[in-house]
Design a protein around this ligand. Structure first.
Ligand SMILES: *Cc1c(COP(=O)(O)O)cnc(C)c1O
Length: 427
């Protein structure tokens, strides 16, 4: 599409946007009597207006039934998580039984590594991207230590080439091949949080399996942002949070995926709890853990129903909007428009004020653009924030902006571009 840098053009795009009405289903934080320009869905998605209502329904069940709410009411809590697994499995490209919701993300990463990081002999290493989200780094480091290994030796990090910000798929594959006989686990994010780069998960899964390793993904920045095909790619496991692109409340419940090929494996170790016990016999409360079939067998603790309700409210909106593919179409346009406006600033000033490190190739990015400010970055970011653009700042010089198709408009993006141009002129 040929974009134009004008309010009328942005309004025109909003006018023909089939998803434009979804914005009114969210609370947009206010700024000086109007709406803030919220471009921070990569960090915390906005609150759907239905969330309070859906949570209130469960509070009402609790009021009315007390403990009987587990089995009474229109959606008994005992199987409430299954209502989420259907829509969620569509978002991540899985079968419903391969998906469940439980705990929070880093906890789930640990639990899944208990099952799927199984060092044996020389095959003990974990290969991952350099510059992974800190929580993932700490989780991996502590898992490796837990097994008695030295992180310096047991963790292989694949880094971008000298002077580059992004990883080449070929370099990832080559690194996996080069260490084929010593890696137990290939663990990558779906999208790197800092650069916004989407990794080629299909190719990584294939290379990992050819090397004889297990392959897992952390999809915190990918789930609800880009279409995924976890089942077809044959990922062994994955986990993600629901509070970034899935708008399901701060610290909201996390999702996991376990590929069905592992369902029959009774050698898999797990850190078990009663909520993962075979449902139809759970309340016999007998000795000896017998897991429920599918991903549900990884649950540990009693379902946090209010968090699940918040997630359910959001998943209903995803379905109503026509699913992740419909959202992705608009998302590509929104992000392309933001990129266009930023490139215009560089062209007009004749300087590279802003350097976008996120890939130009739309298949290698989601909603987010990560923008290096070549000078006075912090002042530029503060100027945006003072003028109602909510993005986020990552040391030393990166602004991350993520227009989200459910609640951002092309006018939002246009206004953010205008403010960036003003900031660039000022600083
Ligand atoms: C956001 C994010 C997390 C956060 O994990 P929590 O356990 O929810 O705090 C972890 N990993 C990645 C890759 C993330 O993007």
């Amino acid at each position: 599409m040929n974009f134009e840098n004008s309010l009328a053009f942005a309004e025109g795009l909003d006018h023909i946007d089939p998803l434009r009405d979804f914005r009114s289903e969210f609370y947009i934080p206010p700024h000086q009597g109007g709406d803030a320009i919220y471009l921070c869905g990569n960090s915390l998605g906005l609150q759907p207006k239905t969330t309070a209502e859906v949570i209130a329904e469960q509070l009402a069940s609790w009021r009315q039934f007390g403990v009987e709410g587990w089995f009474e009411g229109s959606d008994p809590w005992i199987s409430y998580h299954r209502r989420l697994a259907g829509p969620l499995s569509q978002i991540v490209g899985a079968k419903p039984e391969e998906v469940t919701v439980m705990n929070s993300l880093t906890i789930n990463l640990h639990l899944l590594m208990v099952s799927f990081y199984r060092p044996q002999g020389k095959r003990l290493k974990i290969i991952m991207e350099a510059g992974a989200f800190p929580s993932d780094q700490y989780a991996v480091e502590s898992q490796v230590k837990y097994h008695g290994f030295n992180p310096e030796e047991a963790i292989i990090e694949v880094a971008p080439r000298e002077g580059a910000y992004l990883l080449e798929t070929g370099d990832i594959i080559n690194a996996i091949r080069a260490h084929a006989d010593e890696i137990a686990l290939v663990l990558f994010s779906g999208i790197n949080y800092y650069t916004g780069q989407v990794f080629d998960m299909k190719a990584i899964a294939k290379a990992g399996h050819e090397a004889g390793a297990i392959v897992g993904f952390d999809l915190a920045h990918a789930a609800g942002n880009v279409p995924l095909r976890l089942h077809d790619w044959e990922a062994d496991f994955a986990c993600w949070c629901s509070y970034k692109y899935m708008n399901s409340s701060p610290g909201g419940i996390s999702g996991i995926f376990v590929h069905e090929k592992h369902f029959g494996d009774d050698q898999l170790k797990r850190f078990a709890g009663w909520w993962g016990y075979k449902l139809n016999e759970r309340f016999k409360m007998t000795q000896g853990f017998v897991p429920e079939a599918g991903a549900d067998g990884w649950q540990v603790s009693t379902s946090p129903i209010l968090l699940m309700a918040a997630h359910y409210a959001s998943l209903q909106i995803f379905e109503k909007a026509g699913g992740i593919n419909a959202l992705r179409q608009k998302s590509e346009q929104l992000t392309n428009y933001l990129e266009f406006l930023i490139e215009q600033i560089n062209q007009k000033t004749g300087k590279e004020k802003f350097k976008i490190i996120t890939p130009k190739d739309i298949d290698q990015r989601g909603a987010q653009l990560s923008i290096i400010c070549t000078q006075n970055g912090k002042q530029i970011f503060d100027y945006l924030m003072q003028n109602g653009v909510i993005g986020d700042w990552r040391e030393p010089d990166v602004i991350r902006l993520s227009p989200v198709p459910l609640y951002n408009s092309f006018v939002d993006v246009y206004k953010a571009g205008t403010l960036l141009a003003q900031a660039a002129a000022k600083y």
